[in-house]
Design a protein around this ligand. Structure first.
Ligand SMILES: *[C@@H]1O[C@H](CO)[C@@H](O)[C@H](O)[C@H]1NC(C)=O
Ligand SMILES: *[C@@H]1O[C@H](CO)[C@@H](O)[C@H](O)[C@H]1NC(C)=O
Ligand SMILES: *[C@@H]1O[C@H](CO)[C@@H](O)[C@H](O)[C@H]1NC(C)=O
Ligand SMILES: *[C@@H]1O[C@H](CO)[C@@H](O)[C@H](O)[C@H]1NC(C)=O
Ligand SMILES: *[C@@H]1O[C@H](CO)[C@@H](O)[C@H](O)[C@H]1NC(C)=O
Ligand SMILES: *[C@@H]1O[C@H](CO)[C@@H](O)[C@H](O)[C@H]1NC(C)=O
Ligand SMILES: *[C@@H]1O[C@H](CO)[C@@H](O)[C@H](O)[C@H]1NC(C)=O
Ligand SMILES: *[C@@H]1O[C@H](CO)[C@@H](O)[C@H](O)[C@H]1NC(C)=O
Ligand SMILES: *[C@@H]1O[C@H](CO)[C@@H](O)[C@H](O)[C@H]1NC(C)=O
Length: 315
C-alpha cells in the first residue's frame, strides 16, 4: 500500500481522501518540520446539524478518527473550574462549559453552516467567565496541531491553542484582543528568566499576518512540535521557528479563551465580551507508547487529509 502515495498528484489526492482514516497507519508532514506521526484526529464543526450522517464518527480506526460532532462530547473536556486571582491586581477566573457552544454561520458560505465558539465575559461581580477545551484522549509527545479559527471582541482577552505540561513546558499560539488585529504571538515557555525577569531571547515572537489579514478573519493556525524544534505556520506559510525551551515532556493540548485582568491579557470592562470561533481542529501526534507500525503499514500524507486546506476567502 505504501506505493499509493507515489501516484500522480490528482489521483493520489482523491484516493487518499476517500480512504484516509481507515487504512493509514502513519501521517507524514512535509514542511521544514517534516515528520511522521502515528495518530490523527479531525474535529469538524462546520455542519453540525446536518442529519444525513448516521454516525458522528466516520472513517474510524484506533490511529485515525474523523469527528463531525461537538468536540467536548468526543475526546475533549469542556473545563469547569475556578481559578482564583493570583495577585490583588488580577481577577478570579471561572471556567464554565456554558462558555463553549455551537453557533450558526450567518454569512453566505458554501463551506460551513456551523462553528463552535468559546466565549469570555467580565461578569457584573468582577469575575472573568472563561472557557477552555482540553484534549483528553491522549497526552502527546510530538505533534502538528492545526486549527481554522478567528478571534473577535473587546480588548483584554487571550485566545490560546497550545501544548501544556506545566508552566515551563508549554508551547503556545496566542491571539490577544488588545494587540493589533494583524498580530499573533508564539512562545515556548518560559519566555522570561524566572530569577531576573529578563526576556529569554528566541523563546517568543510577535508575528504579523501576511497580506492584510486579521486574526478576526478565518485563518489556519498551526504549531509543529518536533524533537528540539517548534515551528509556527499561518495558512501554510512558516511564520516563526525556535529551538529555545522546546518542550520535551508529554503534554496536553488545550484551546482556551481567558483574561485575568493582568498585564499580559489586559483587563476587560464589566460586560465586555470576546469569542474564539473554530471551524475545525486537526491533530497529528505521537504519544508516549506509540505503536511502531510493522511491515505493511500505510503512510499517508498529512497534507492530503481534511484539515489542511487553506482558509476560505472572506465574504
Ligand atoms: C507538501 O505537500 C503538498 C501536497 O503534495 C504540496 O502541495 C506542497 O507543495 C508540499 N510542500 C512542501 C514544502 O514540500
Ligand atoms: C450541511 O448543511 C448546509 C446547510 O444546511 C449545506 O450548505 C451543506 O452543504 C451541508 N453539508 C453537508 C456536508 O452535507
Ligand atoms: C441553527 O440552525 C439549526 C438548524 O438549521 C436550527 O435548528 C437552530 O434553531 C439554529 N439556531 C439558532 C440559534 O438560530
Ligand atoms: C460572580 O458571579 C458568578 C456568576 O453568577 C458566580 O459564579 C461567582 O461565584 C461570583 N463570584 C463572586 C466572587 O461572587
Ligand atoms: C495527561 O497528563 C495530565 C497531567 O500529567 C494527567 O493528569 C492526565 O491524566 C494525562 N492524560 C492522559 C490521557 O494520559
Ligand atoms: C515542568 O516539567 C519539567 C519536565 O518534567 C520539569 O523539568 C520542570 O521542573 C517542571 N517545571 C515546573 C515549574 O514545575
Ligand atoms: C510583543 O508585543 C508586546 C506588545 O506590544 C510587547 O510587550 C512584547 O515585548 C513583544 N514581544 C516581542 C518578543 O517582541
Ligand atoms: C504590571 O505592570 C505594572 C506597570 O508596569 C507593574 O508595576 C506591575 O508590577 C506589573 N505586574 C505584574 C504582575 O507583572
Ligand atoms: C513518531 O513516532 C514514530 C515511531 O513510532 C517515529 O518514526 C516518528 O519519527 C515520530 N515522530 C516525531 C515527530 O517524533
Amino acid at each position: 500500500m505504501r506505493s499509493d502515495i507515489s501516484l500522480p498528484f490528482s489521483i493520489a489526492a482523491a484516493f487518499l481522501l476517500a480512504k484516509v482514516a481507515a487504512e493509514c497507519t502513519q501521517f507524514s508532514t512535509n514542511s521544514s518540520t517534516a515528520a511522521r506521526y502515528n495518530f490523527y484526529r479531525f474535529y469538524d464543526a462546520r455542519n453540525l446539524y446536518n442529519s444525513s450522517k448516521k454516525s458522528a464518527v466516520s472513517e474510524s480506526s484506533a490511529q485515525s478518527k474523523t469527528f463531525s460532532t461537538v468536540p467536548w462530547s468526543t475526546g475533549w473536556d469542556a473545563r469547569s473550574s475556578f481559578k482564583p486571582a493570583f495577585t490583588a491586581q488580577t481577577l478570579d477566573m471561572q471556567y464554565t462549559p456554558a462558555g463553549v457552544f455551537i453557533r450558526n454561520n450567518t454569512q453566505a458560505s458554501q463551506d460551513f453552516s456551523t462553528y463552535i465558539s468559546l466565549y469570555t465575559t467580565r461578569l457584573p461581580n468582577g469575575t472573568q467567565q472563561t472557557a477552555a477545551l482540553d484534549y483528553a484522549e491522549y497526552n502527546v509527545t510530538h505533534a502538528s496541531i492545526r486549527i481554522l479559527a478567528r478571534v473577535r471582541g473587546a480588548s483584554g482577552a487571550v485566545a490560546g491553542f497550545f501544548t501544556y505540561h506545566n508552566d515551563t513546558t508549554e508551547s503556545d499560539i496566542e491571539m490577544l484582543t488588545r494587540d493589533p488585529s494583524t498580530q499573533v504571538r508564539y512562545s515556548n515557555q518560559p519566555t522570561e528568566d524566572p530569577q531576573t525577569n529578563e526576556p529569554i531571547s528566541g523563546s517568543t515572537f510577535n508575528v504579523s499576518l501576511a497580506s492584510q489579514r486579521s486574526t478576526s478573519d478565518w485563518n489556519v493556525h498551526r504549531l509543529d512540535w518536533v524533537q528540539g524544534r517548534s515551528v509556527w505556520y499561518v495558512n501554510d506559510a512558516q511564520a516563526a521557528s525556535s529551538e529555545v525551551n522546546v518542550p520535551d515532556t508529554a503534554s496536553r493540548i488545550t484551546l482556551n479563551l481567558w483574561s485575568n485582568g493582568g498585564n499580559f491579557s489586559g483587563e476587560m470592562g464589566i460586560g465586555d465580551e470576546a469569542w474564539f470561533d473554530v471551524q475545525w481542529i486537526a491533530l497529528f501526534f505521537n504519544v508516549t507508547s506509540s505503536p511502531d507500525p510493522q511491515g505493511g503499514g500505510t503512510v499517508c500524507s498529512a497534507e492530503f487529509t481534511p484539515g489542511t486546506s487553506k482558509p476560505p476567502s472572506d465574504q
